[in-house]
Design a protein around this ligand. Structure first.
Ligand code: SAJ
Length: 426
């Protein structure tokens, strides 16, 4: 059976390889010609540190049944067309340009009985009110008569892509029971997790709500962390003890919330509401987006404490990506922090072991003569940092620990001013 996967990012590319491994004939399509060229020459264009992905790619890429292209002809022969293009937000509204462009291209080759599966995260009501009318207009065919549409929101996370893709339960929104068995078989080949059928709009709501829920959970931790500083208590001890109470799962406060899901999905959800106000979701977004500023405040305060002017200081930022042990830097809190440092004309250097541009120099050479170490991402490599050695090379000994990675006691023993998020032991 022929399947086309449109959009070869963190969702579509692994999915194209997994489907090939399961024996399907797969064509992966992306409008980024350089990405297609790399794939066809056997080079993985990104996510090289993703567990298991390189191995899967090397096993599948030479098989005849897996092909990559920047054109859409293969839609003509496909039974399923899975769309996994990015759906960013611009301000408070979805930016469906990539998605609409993909659907217009697909429409040119649409034929009877094709099932279009939307894995991209979209705001509630988008499929039936925007995407289906576009497909009908562009293809001159009828929804639920000539072609069918299903919404199966992606559920992956960098560092755990293949593990989650093959095990997490999936929600499948359909509007015609005729396609149920076929889609059930397809997703049973993808994941060992449960397959949960519902209607199209419910599937759209579930995805945006599950990430809104996480955004609120993280914002709660961040708000309590700010209060903990005023109260002079350690948020990490608070969190540990709170979570000993049954049914409590307080999340981790930190330097901010980045990524391709959490910052965006609550905005997608809210964009579909015309009358209902969502102050909690909006506050959570505001709190999480405020964390890079909170880090900046700590940088300025600590430099002042050490009688350093911010203009004469040099900051070392550890971690550029949005989440630990990954190269993915989409919506990274470090990007927000850098913008703020630039407005204050504070000099900085960046290290990140997963990003080529920021991994040329060793950590210690970044810290030589530095006045403040700002830990933004808890990459596993940073666990090896020896506080004693960094203390010897820094000009001013300050650590702003955005992810509770360092031991504040050890910092103190090395005469380092240690400031965490929600943990200021001074
Ligand atoms: N973060 C915190 N505190 C926390 C957890 C995360 O500050 O307690 C920050 C991270 O540092 C990062 C951002 O939030 O900057 C997002 O982290 P994440 O762990 O939520 O990772 P994502 O963005 O890849 O989230 C994905 C989502 N999965 C899907 O959209 C399918 C999310 O719904 C999942 O809960 C998460 O993976 C997961 O844990 O699997």
């Amino acid at each position: 059976m022929n399947i086309v996967v449109v959009g070869l990012g963190y969702v579509g590319l692994p999915l194209s390889m997994l489907l090939s491994k399961k024996g399907y004939s797969v064509t992966g399509i992306d409008r980024d010609i350089s990405k297609i060229k790399k794939l066809k020459s056997g080079v993985l264009p990104f996510a090289r540190s993703e567990p298991g992905l390189k191995f899967l790619f090397q096993n599948e890429v030479n098989k005849k049944r897996l092909d990559y292209s920047s054109t859409f002809e293969k839609v003509k022969k496909a039974k399923y067309v899975i769309v996994a293009v990015n759906t960013p937000v611009q301000g408070k509204s979805p930016d469906y340009e990539p998605l609409k462009s993909a659907l217009v291209s697909i429409s040119k080759y649409l034929h009877k009985e094709v099932i279009i599966i939307i894995e991209s995260t979209i705001s509630p009501n988008s499929t039936l009110k925007v995407l289906v009318p576009l497909l009908e207009k562009e293809s001159d065919m009828k929804f639920n008569q000539d072609f069918y549409v299903s919404v199966v929101p992606e559920r992956i996370r960098p560092n755990y892509i293949l593990k989650q893709l093959t095990s997490i339960p999936r929600v499948i929104g359909i509007s015609n029971s005729k396609i149920k068995n076929g889609i059930k078989t397809l997703y049973t080949h993808i994941t060992s997790g449960s397959i949960n059928f519902t209607d199209i709009t419910t599937a759209e709501v579930v995805k945006t709500v599950e990430n809104s829920y996480r955004d609120v959970q993280i914002a709660f931790a961040n708000e309590i962390a700010k209060a903990a500083e005023e109260l002079g208590v350690n948020i990490w001890e608070i969190r540990e003890l709170v979570n000993k109470s049954p049914f409590h799962n307080m999340h981790k406060p930190g330097a901010g919330v980045g990524g391709h899901c959490i910052p965006k999905d609550p905005v997608l959800f809210m964009s579909s509401l015309k009358h209902t106000k969502t102050p909690l979701l909006q506050s959570a977004r505001n709190i999480n987006s405020s964390m890079p500023n909170f880090i900046l405040d700590h940088i300025i305060k600590s430099l002042k404490l050490r009688r350093k002017t911010i203009q004469s200081s040099k900051i070392t930022i550890l971690g550029y990506s949005y989440v630990e042990n990954s190269e993915d830097s989409r919506n990274s809190p470090t990007i927000s922090l850098i913008k703020l440092l630039k407005t204050k004309k504070i000099k900085y250097s960046i290290h990140d072991p997963y990003i080529k541009e920021y991994s040329k120099k060793k950590i210690l050479s970044h810290l030589k003569g530095s006045d403040c170490l700002v830990l933004m991402v808890a990459h596993k490599q940073y666990n090896q940092i020896n506080i004693g050695s960094i203390s010897k090379v820094m000009r001013t000994k300050i650590i702003i620990d955005g992810r509770n990675l360092f031991d504040s006691e050890v910092a103190k023993e090395n005469d380092i001013l240690y400031i965490g998020v929600g943990n200021n032991p001074n």
